[in-house]
Structures are given as structure tokens and as C-alpha cells.
Design a protein around this ligand. Structure first.
Ligand code: ADP
Ligand code: ASP
Ligand code: MG
Length: 820
């Protein structure tokens, strides 16, 4: 004997009914089958709306009735058109009687101006009764004789009008009396039963699962199969988490916790009777019956300690607090007796250790009733201000981790809360049951999607994700994008998901929440995009796409973008930048960025501000963290000037060397920007500030390579045309140096709390003597590095090294420990 239950999603239309009939046909070959059916999807919602509108005007009720009738008729018409073996006449007869009955019930309540709960149950059960009529016709057409079982004859609950509990013993003995020898194939409408008084009652929304479990106990079934529209129970709600994984086996306990805390796939009360009678339960997919599904039994599968994560929405939290509660015996009992008397179910409880506050969660639609009954219960205490006004927080959700193997395991709560903090989800309350099978956190409902997604990512996939937004598609930006593409395999081997979700230039913005296809024609898509870059747009995109680790990578040298970092960080983006403008803006802004990053726990990373990909900032920070101090600094910080100054001593004039550097792509489009020394000044300021000096850009003593009036020329060709005029003057400096066996170098220095950038003639003993050809070199004299400095040397410019530096920073935004 087997019980099969088909939910509304398995009975949505004629094709579904036919699939269900075929499944029953197959199953009854092996053992007799009792089938429980729900209403076709959507019908119960319409019937609920009908009841809610019974006291409104007649037209409204009429429209609702017509809609319900049409919904049924549509399924019937589809059936008669596509399945000629169905007995149309008898099916229509039974259907018309059902509709007539519904109409009578509705008219009756209109006359009475009242709809008692038993009448409500009769109205609400119309959908299930319809399913029985139609499925019976389908089964008959397959030559199966069908016995119908009416729950009114046996399925007995307690007296509660909301979410009643079945009396299993009574139901079983009544069942055996009414159906002493069940047929090979029987059909029963789910969702309702009777109270001890004989009045009809529903089992609560989604209650057909529970009906099936009760029937399974009554007929002593060898298994109960819940057929639905997914392949089984997943480790997270598959509607929220695309890559949720199917659970092959879970224990009764796990299934109970999961359904209790919101997994819609099972009604919360279903498992208890099955567990009590050791009846295995399968969850299977009506649309893919060959899939193995999930087995719920005494056994849980090996493997993950956390089995699944569930979410329960529309929850309210009630707070009872006040000085009167301290040490007062029986407070909790009074609170919960009052709530229980009002028939309100409590989802979870948390109490502060000082006994000053009891908080508990109830379903959102019961919060008003809860508040009312507590205000009544504690009328006196409230009046005497022994209690603070009882407060309700609405629009909350409970996120729960479930797993038998969580018992005695350390660190799970830590991972859970870390994941929530990473999604920047605020935890309002927490609770863990003493069996350690579930840990719950109460959060704001609107953050549920993000919370579930990131918890799933951290606890199951263990795959950290970066959602990258590249701004600026010049040489560096393009190279970075190419590196991201090139490294996809490596990233995937390391179990890291790096999705490039946005690319922007000064005119266009290309967005794709699933990651832009980098092997496709993203450059064309970007140019064709009508969107333009704005923070508002990015914010909207991040929140709609539920991105949890958004990182802005600024590959521009644009000041406007740099001045938005504060807002980026405040809005939850990490910022990775090659652009020096932010770190060299006012000290105030410099400070503000760090405060925003700290406050929002976001990373602000700018390794490429100095020495491109050379690890300057990271090393300096490392030393400072270890208590070191920068005593003196000296370095060549410009790749283009390093190249130009090298060429000067190979016999080229300043203008020739500059032109050559420009042709090789080493300079800015206008080499005046390099020769002005401003870029070096910015870099030395970044180092100085990192070392703790409160300096402004204007404090840097800067001697440009060329006279100020040349350095200020904004037009590249004009600059290159005028530069040769300065060659002969500059030549004198070169010759003088060479006469003394020295070379000219453009050097940045930090000494005595001051920064200086100028041309110096150095001899072969000087550490920067041999630094040319585009190399950078940085000598850090620190307290720890004495008497020889800590030297960092290598190419300090160029698209590939800069992009590699950005790539490194990008990976640093992965803030959780990876596990394999
Ligand atoms: P039925 O109509 O068969 O009763 P329900 O809609 O009540 O189906 O329940 C099935 C749905 O439950 C699935 O379509 C799925 O979207 C949802 N669901 C929520 N959490 C889970 C989970 N952890 N595993 C599987 N399904 C889940
Ligand atoms: N039809 C009912 C509902 O929608 C019962 C069920 O589907 O389980 O709640
Ligand atoms: Mg259901």
C-alpha cells in the first residue's frame, strides 16, 4: 500500500492531470495506491479571495465566482479536446453539481451575512473536490476502477480553527470502520477533515501534504510519495538560489525543521505522523518521474554538516520588555499562555540574559492579534510602567540552517553570521534549538534573497564570488578585461567566481548580471549601449541583481570618478583603483575614504597607484602594521621618465628621448604630463600619506623636468614642437653630470616629513644610478631596514603590469577563507 500526493503544481492543466493518471497507473501495478490531490494551482487562492469578499457587494462576488468557474471550465475544455477517452457527460454532471453546491454555500452566507469556519472549509475544499472528479475520469479512461475516500468520514483533527492537528488514533480507527477494504486505486481530496464535533475544517494552506501523511498512517502505507514540480528537496529554495543542490536523503528531523522554517515544498506538519510510524517519504517530480527524488527517512546522507538553508518570510517580532520583568517569575509563561490561548503559533523565541526582554516571532498576519492579547494580559503592568509598551517589528524573515550533523560541530554559527555580515544583512535576533539541528537568524524580509544566496554560496558552494565593474576601457582597462578572460580557467580551478558584470567608458555602460561574455563582442555591445554610467544606475542594478560582492575597478585617471569613491564605498562597493586622483585629493577626502571603507567593511585598494604592479603599498602597510616606521624614502617612480633619463645618457637629446618614449607608448598622450613631474608628485604623496604624513599635494616641493611654461602646455603637438628649444639648456646639465661620472635621475624623496621631486645627478655608488629603461626603484629606509634599505625594483608602468596589479587587488576583495 502506497500513498501518492499530487500538489496543485502537478494538477495545473489537462496535460498535468494526464501525467498524474499515468503515474498512478504505473504505480498500481506494484502495489495498491491511495492518491491524495490538491486543487489545481491558483484555485485555492481564488477561493480564499472569494471568502474574503463575501461581505462586499454582489458584483464583486459574482465576478470572483465567474472567474473560478471559468478556470475549472478551461481545464475541462482542454481535457475534452485533447483526451477523447474521457467520459465527458458524467464528468460534466459531477462538475455541475460541485459548482451548484459552491453557489449554494455562497448564497447561504450572503443571506446569513456570516461565514462560519465550517462553511469556509466547505467552500475552500471545492478545488480539491474538482481534482478528484477530473482525475477519476482520467483513471477510468485508463480502465482503472477508482474508489473515492472522503476525509469527512475519518480525518479527525483537534478543535483549533487555524492549523489544526490531526488525532491520528481516532482518524485511523474511523478510517478502518469506514473503509474496511480499500480498493486497489483510491482517490481522496486533500486539505480538509473534520473537527471532533463533525464540523468541516481545513488543515491550513498547503495542507494536502499533511492529508497524505495522515492517510498513510491510517492505511499503514509502506511509503508516502509527495509529487510536486521540483526534483526533490533542495538545500535552498530553488526559486531564490539558481544553483541550489538536490538532497538525496534527509532525516525526518531535518525535513521537519526545514518545512517548519519555511521550505514550501512540504507542509510543516507532514513529517511528524510519518516519522512516528516510520513511513518513508519521497519527494518526486511529476514532470520528471524517472528522477530519484529525495528520500526522507531515519537516515540522513553523509557529507555536509549543514543540510539546507530555509527562509520564512512575512514574520513579525514581538518584544515584551521593561524593568518589571527582571527576575519576575512566570513572565514567560504568562506571555506564551496568552499567545497560545489566542491560537497564535510562535515561530521562535529569544530572551535576553538579564531577563529584561522576551522577543518572539509570529506569522506576520497574526501580529495584530498577538499585540492585542498581550496588551490585554499585561494591562496592569503597562499602566504602572512596569513594562514598556509592547512593540512589534514587522516585515521580517527567519533564515535557518538545518542539519542533524551540526550537533557538536564548532564554527557553523560563525560561518553563518559571517555570511550574513558579508551580505551586509543586519541580524535582529538569533536562536538555536538545544538539539543543535537548527540555527535561525531574524532579518529584514527585504534582505532575504541576498541572505539566502550568500549563505548558500558560503556554506554549500564554498565558492566566493566577485562582481566586477570595470570603469575605463583604455589600454589598462582593456588589458585587465583580457586578463580576467584569460584567467577564467585558473579562477574556476581555484573555485572562485569572478564575473565581470559591468564595463563603462565615458559615454557608455554595459551591464549583465550573469557576467558579460568576454569572448563575445563586448566592445560593440558597449558602444551600442544606450546606458550611461551613474552611481544610481549601479545601485539599482546591484540591488535588482542581488550582487553581494560588487567591486568597482577604476582604470581611468578621471577626477570626477575619483571623487565618487566615497559614495561607492558607502553604497557597499569595494573600490580597486589605478587612478591616483582620490588618494592625492585633499587630506580630508583621503581620510573620509578610509572611514567609509571601515564603516561599511569594504576594501579600498590602490596598489597600482605607485609602481604599477610592484608591491609597494602592500609591503609598506605590512611593515607599518608590524610597528615599523618610514625614516627616509628615495625612488624613481615614473616609468616614462626612467626611460627618457636612461636614453639621455645614450646620446639622445631631451626632445629625441621624449619622442622615442612617446612612440613606444611609454608616455601619456601628451608627454608634458610626464615631464611636469606631477605624476611623480602624486605618487610620492601617496607613499608619504601611507607612512602617516598629513601632507597635501601643494606641500610637495616639485621641480618639473622642463620649465613650468612648457610643462603647462596642454596640446601634445604644440608641446613636442616647442620642446627642442629647451634641448640645449638641458644638454648643459647632462654634460656636467657626465663630466663628473654621474647620471641624471628624476628622483622622489621623503625626508624630515617633507617630500621633494627633482632632477639629481648621482654617481655609481647611488642605488638609483642603474635604474633606467622604464624601471622603477623604491628604496625604503625604515627603522627595521637599516642600514641597507628595503628595495623594490621592476617595471613600474605598462598596461600588463598595471592590469596585473589591479587583478591582484581584485582578488583581495575575497574576504572569506576558502575551503576545499
Ligand atoms: P505543490 O503544488 O506540489 O504542493 P508547492 O508549490 O507547495 O508545490 O511546493 C513546491 C515548491 O516549493 C517548489 O516549486 C519550490 O519552488 C518550493 N521550495 C521552497 N523551498 C524548497 C526547497 N528547499 N526544496 C525544494 N523546493 C522548495
Ligand atoms: N489547495 C490547498 C492550498 O493551496 C492545499 C494544498 O495545495 O496543499 O493551500
Ligand atoms: Mg504544496
Amino acid at each position: 500500500m502506497q500513498v501518492l500526493k499530487f500538489g496543485g503544481s502537478s494538477l495545473a492543466n489537462a496535460i498535468c492531470f494526464s501525467k498524474v493518471a499515468n503515474i498512478i497507473h504505473d504505480c498500481q501495478k506494484n502495489s495498491s495506491v491511495s492518491t491524495v490531490v490538491s486543487a489545481p494551482q491558483g484555485i485555492t487562492n481564488s477561493l480564499v479571495a472569494l471568502i474574503e469578499n463575501l461581505d462586499s457587494n454582489g458584483d464583486q462576488v459574482k465576478t470572483l465566482m465567474t472567474n473560478i468557474q471559468q478556470h475549472f471550465q478551461q481545464i475541462l475544455e482542454e481535457t475534452f479536446t485533447n483526451f477523447s477517452a474521457i467520459n465527458k457527460n458524467s464528468t460534466l454532471d459531477e462538475f455541475n453539481q460541485l459548482i451548484e453546491k459552491l453557489d449554494q454555500l455562497v448564497q447561504g452566507t450572503k443571506l446569513l451575512e456570516h461565514c462560519p469556519t465550517s462553511t469556509q472549509a466547505q467552500i475552500l475544499s471545492t478545488g480539491e473536490k474538482f481534482s478528484v472528479i477530473l482525475l477519476k475520469a482520467f483513471l477510468n479512461s485508463l480502465d482503472l476502477n477508482v474508489q473515492t475516500i472522503d476525509p469527512v468520514n475519518f480525518l479527525t483533527t483537534d478543535d483549533k480553527s487555524v492549523e489544526p492537528i490531526a488525532d491520528l488514533d481516532k482518524s485511523k480507527s474511523r478510517f478502518l470502520q469506514a473503509y474496511s477494504s480499500p480498493a486497489n486505486v483510491s482517490l481522496m481530496p486533500g486539505f480538509f477533515g473534520v473537527k471532533p464535533s463533525g464540523e468541516m475544517t481545513t488543515l491550513g494552506r498547503n495542507g494536502s501534504d499533511y492529508s497524505a501523511a495522515i492517510l498513510a498512517v491510517c492505511i499503514e502505507a509502506k511509503s508516502c510519495v509527495i509529487w510536486t514540480d521540483v526534483n526533490g528537496v533542495y538545500n535552498a529554495d530553488p526559486r531564490l538560489v539558481q544553483d541550489a543542490q538536490l538532497i538525496k536523503k534527509m532525516s525526518y528531523h531535518e525535513a521537519m525543521e526545514l518545512s517548519y522554517f519555511g521550505a514550501k515544498v512540504l507542509h510543516p506538519k507532514t513529517i511528524s505522523p510519518l516519522s512516528l510510524h516510520q513511513i518513508p517519504c519521497y519527494i518526486k517530480n511529476t514532470h520528471e518521474p524517472s528522477q530519484p527524488g529525495t528520500l526522507i527517512s531515519n537516515e540522513s546522507s553523509e557529507g555536509d554538516t549543514v543540510k539546507a538553508i530555509s527562509n520564512l518570510s512575512n514574520v513579525a517580532m514581538i518584544n515584551v520588555s521593561g524593568p518589571g520583568m527582571k527576575g519576575m517569575v512566570g513572565m514567560a509563561s504568562r506571555v506564551f499562555s496568552a499567545i497560545s490561548l489566542a491560537d497564535i503559533s510562535v515561530i521562535m523565541i529569544s530572551q535576553s540574559s538579564a531577563e529584561y526582554c522576551i522577543s518572539f516571532c509570529v506569522p506576520g498576519n497574526e501580529s495584530d492579534a498577538a499585540l492585542e492579547c498581550l496588551n490585554e494580559e499585561f494591562k496592569l503592568e503597562l499602566k504602572n510602567e512596569l513594562l514598556e509598551p509592547i512593540s512589534v517589528k514587522r516585515n521580517l524573515a527567519v533564515i535557518t540552517l538545518v542539519g542533524d550533523r551540526m550537533q557538536q560541530q564548532k564554527g557553523i554559527a560563525a560561518k553563518f553570521f559571517k555570511a550574513l555580515s558579508q551580505a551586509r544583512v543586519n541580524i535582529i535576533a538569533i536562536a538555536q534549538d538545544s538539539s543543535e539541528r537548527s540555527i535561525s537568524a531574524v532579518i529584514r524580509d527585504q534582505r532575504t534573497d541576498d541572505a539566502v544566496k550568500i549563505c548558500h554560496q558560503n556554506l554549500f558552494l564554498k565558492k566566493p564570488t566577485i562582481d566586477a565593474f570595470v570603469i575605463g576601457c583604455g589600454t589598462v582597462g582593456k588589458e585587465l578585461i583580457a586578463q580576467i578572460q584569460k584567467q577564467q580557467q585558473w579562477l574556476s580551478d581555484k573555485n572562485i567566481a569572478l564575473n565581470l558584470v559591468a564595463i563603462a567608458n565615458s559615454k557608455h555602460l554595459l551591464l549583465n548580471k550573469n557576467g558579460i561574455n568576454l569572448s563575445g563582442n563586448w566592445q560593440n555591445l558597449l558602444t551600442e549601449s544606450k546606458e550611461t554610467f551613474s552611481l544610481d544606475k549601479l545601485n539599482q542594478f546591484v540591488s535588482e541583481s542581488h550582487l553581494n560582492n560588487p567591486v568597482i575597478i577604476d582604470c581611468t585617471s578621471n577626477e570626477d570618478i575619483a571623487m565618487q569613491y566615497d559614495a561607492f564605498l558607502t553604497n557597499g562597493f569595494h573600490v580597486v583603483t589605478a587612478n591616483k586622483k582620490a588618494n592625492t585629493a585633499s587630506f580630508d577626502y583621503y581620510h573620509k575614504l578610509r572611514a567609509a571603507a571601515d564603516l561599511k567593511q569594504r576594501r579600498f585598494l590602490y596598489e597600482t597607484n605607485v609602481g604599477a604592479g610592484l608591491p609597494v603599498i602592500d609591503n609598506l602597510q605590512g611593515l607599518l602594521r608590524a610597528g615599523d616606521e618610514l625614516v627616509q624614502f628615495e625612488g624613481i617612480l615614473s616609468g616614462s621618465l626612467s626611460y627618457i633619463f636612461g636614453e639621455l645618457h645614450k646620446g639622445l637629446s631631451l626632445s629625441q628621448a621624449t619622442l622615442k618614449a612617446k612612440d613606444l607608448g611609454y608616455t601619456e598622450p601628451n608627454p608634458a604630463e610626464d615631464l611636469s613631474g606631477m605624476d611623480v608628485a602624486r605618487k610620492v604623496l601617496v607613499i608619504a600619506r601611507e607612512a602617516g604624513l598629513q601632507l597635501e599635494l601643494s606641500d610637495i616641493e616639485l621641480e618639473p623636468v622642463v620649465p613650468q611654461e612648457l610643462a603647462e602646455i596642454t596640446d601634445a603637438s604644440e608641446f613636442l614642437q616647442k620642446l627642442p628649444d629647451y634641448d640645449s639648456t638641458f644638454q648643459l646639465q647632462i654634460e656636467k653630470a657626465e663630466k663628473n661620472n654621474q647620471v641624471l635621475r628624476y628622483i622622489a624623496q621623503i625626508e624630515n616629513q617633507k617630500c621633494r621631486v627633482n632632477i639629481q645627478a648621482v654617481d655609481s655608488n647611488h642605488p638609483l644610478y642603474s635604474v633606467a629603461d622604464g624601471e622603477n626603484a623604491l628604496a625604503l629606509n625604515t627603522r627595521y631596514y637599516q642600514p641597507r634599505p628595503f628595495v623594490i625594483r621592476g617595471y613600474g608602468a605598462g598596461a600588463s603590469v598595471t592590469a596585473a596589479g589591479l587583478f591582484g587587488d581584485l582578488l583581495r576583495t575575497l574576504s572569506w577563507d576558502q575551503e576545499h
